[in-house]
Design a protein around this ligand. Structure first.
Ligand code: CU
Ligand code: CU
Length: 510
């Protein structure tokens, strides 16, 4: 499905409203992070011709090629790959159709997670393209609120095509996978929702395999990897406030804490191992290390020309990536994979590479979260030690709440209680006060441009309780107060972000 806008470049400026400006000026966080590194793609006459045809015939109104053909011809003469831009009617070599929505996953160790998902998982599916291929991303919103996508592998606007996808809607973008590397993709509906949805779980790995030259260990050994591991490190937050502050509750490799400690990656002595490592973050630095292994070669962001020999770790900030190659020593044993920023390892970012002579290789491990049926998730939920959600107040029967989920109780002598709204979360999520206490909501979300899901403007509106109350809509650093005299349990939400749930318990004054 194409979404075409009949806007000529000449009048685009005049028609650009504030939201378009915010989106195109970088708030959509789109575009590739890849640096300018050598490696020349063969000139592709077909592409130039189709661009010209498009410009001349007006086949694709999104591409005013007549204005830009000079740029395409200039790029054709450079020693670096062209950008990813292609006319949107270009026939794709691969179509990646994925669904963005809200949902729950199992984090391992008895912990359920209620957040935002891609194809029902965290991380979403691992997408693999060859350098030079034309890729079409088809994003379907399977949820109840707007979603969208930013594709870091594309060296062209993706937010323009994939922003603001409403429930039930599908949008697509077609691009050339021009620059080899290991990239992140994530939800990007627009504005404040971009960091929020990403921190709530909507991300995945997209890899562009080099076509012009192999990685060095592959060239040296004359064959591809015996074990190829796509490893995505990501943080899990118990509240939006902790997400904004970067205080993770857990840190995982590929969707579950200690996933490969319980189900180790297998290799044989002497095997050639390649790890496509991506630290999604969204906030913390990772120093990835394999205990007992030195790297043969590492490639910054996965570009085959950006290589370095040796090393004990790779340092990766959020959205940073490496391709790592090494040989397993001629011995049997277990090698631990850790984030050597050890707090993260202790919170779940630790796994094992177990090397035995009878391991079955070649083997591939993808960077996506485990796939579970609804029945399996029900079974995990029935046995769960706790349920974690960044934005939902825990129900009264959540047995072992995380710090962010514990009820905060104020005494009878308290005159005013402050509930901060930060990271699309009421904080504290559960509050108990005596009848007649003044309760004040302060909005600490700073990005309050735009409206609705795209904005950090919030309010507090009851959905259940003895009486109803509502604050006014709060921009950044604005507050509003309510005095509740009627004892009982109140559930309230934010009207623009109805998935945000808070609980207020009002007891009789002693
Ligand atoms: Cu989203
Ligand atoms: Cu809100």
């Amino acid at each position: 499905m194409y979404v075409k806008k009949a806007v000529r470049s000449g009048d685009r400026g005049a028609r650009m409203d504030r939201r378009d400006f915010l989106r195109s000026s970088g708030l959509a966080l789109g575009g590739a992070a890849a640096g300018v590194l050598g490696s020349r793609l063969a000139t592709e006459e077909g592409f130039i011709h189709s661009a010209r045809a498009s410009a001349a015939g007006g086949v694709d109104p999104m591409f005013d090629g007549a204005d830009f053909i000079d740029i395409i011809e200039r790029d054709e003469g450079l020693s670096i790959p062209p950008t990813s831009f292609v006319p949107q009617d270009t026939e794709p070599d691969q179509v990646f159709a994925i669904g963005f929505g809200e949902g729950r996953t199992y984090l391992g160790e008895g912990v359920m997670y209620d957040g935002f998902v891609i194809d029902g998982r965290i991380p979403g599916p691992t997408l693999i393209a060859e350098q030079g291929e034309i890729v079409r991303m088809e994003i379907t919103n399977t949820g109840d609120i707007p979603h969208g996508a930013s594709i870091h592998a594309a060296d062209t606007q993706t937010s323009k095509y994939l922003g603001e996808i409403g429930p039930g809607e599908t949008k697509s973008v077609t691009f050339r996978a021009a620059m080899p590397g290991v990239y992140m993709y994530h939800c990007a509906p627009g504005g404040h929702a971009i960091p929020m949805h990403t921190m709530f779980g909507q991300y995945g790995m997209i890899v562009v395999r080099p076509a012009q030259q192999p990685y060095r260990l592959e060239a040296e050994l004359g064959h591809g990897p015996d074990v190829e591991l796509f490893l995505l490190q990501h943080e899990v937050y118990a509240s939006g406030a902790e997400a904004v502050e970067g205080t993770a509750q857990y840190v995982a490799f590929n969707g579950q804490i200690f996933r490969y400690l319980l189900d180790p990656v297998q290799a044989r002595p002497g095997d050639y191992v390649r790890i496509n490592f991506l630290n999604v973050g969204p906030n913390q630095l990772s120093t990835f290390h394999l205990v007992g292994i030195l790297w043969d070669y590492v490639y910054w962001q996965g570009h085959p020309e950006a290589w370095m020999p040796g090393g004990q770790t790779v340092t990766a900030g959020p959205s940073d990536s490496w391709v790592i190659e090494f040989r397993v020593p001629p011995d049997e044993g277990t090698y631990l994979m850790v984030d050597h920023s050890f707090g993260a390892a202790s919170m779940g970012a630790i796994g094992a590479l177990v090397c035995t002579a009878d391991a079955e290789t070649p083997a591939t491990v993808k960077a996506e979260g485990p796939e579970h049926t609804a029945e399996e998730l029900d079974a995990f939920a029935a046995e769960a030690k706790r349920t974690l959600s960044p934005y939902v107040a825990p129900s009264a029967n959540n047995p072992n709440p995380a710090r962010a989920d514990r009820k905060v109780r104020w005494g009878d002598d308290t005159e005013e209680v402050i509930i901060e709204i930060r990271g699309n979360t009421f904080s504290p999520k559960v509050v108990e006060v005596a009848a007649g206490t003044q309760v004040t909501w302060v909005n600490e979300d700073a990005l309050t441009f735009l409206h609705g899901e795209y904005s950090g403007a919030h309010n507090a509106v009851t959905t259940a309780g003895p009486v109803s109350f509502a604050t006014r809509m709060l921009g950044h650093a604005e507050s509003d107060s309510v005095v509740v005299d009627e004892p009982g349990e109140y559930t309230y939400i934010c009207a623009p972000h109805p998935y945000m749930v808070g609980r207020l318990i009002v007891r009789e004054r002693a």
